[in-house]
Ligand binder design. Sequence first.
Ligand code: ZN
Length: 150
Amino acid sequence: MFDQIRDLYQEVVFDHNRNPRNFRVMEDANRKIEGFNPLCGDRITLYVKIDEGLIKDVSFQGAGCAISTASASLMTEIVKGMNEAQAEHLFETFHRITTGKDEAVNLEELGKLAVLAGVRAYPARVKCATLAWHSLQAALANKETTITTE
Ligand code: ZN
């Protein structure tokens, strides 16, 4: 089964990197985070509009490798419309699967995101895949405006 995930992963990364979703500046965002992954040189700016605990809109800009761009693109699609607790929970699950600590990945629970479990096959790329998620977590916590994966 893991081979299937890996094939799908390559397909999804290719698609989202070539045509990233929600790739724009958001003028009326109320959270803005700069994320940096020095290991690879990936940079993203994440824009989030939160209203009464609900993620109304999320978008990003930046330059990075295919995996960081695809992961950010996928994330924006998935978390839009979620409340903060749901997004936090998803981040934790995502982090577990990408770092391989959770062997039994619940593919149904993760849905589309499950394809990113394929990053486990490339451990050096985990930080690329998690950059957008760390940025989102910082945005939700509303603490810092700059984060780095190191
Ligand atoms: Zn990268």
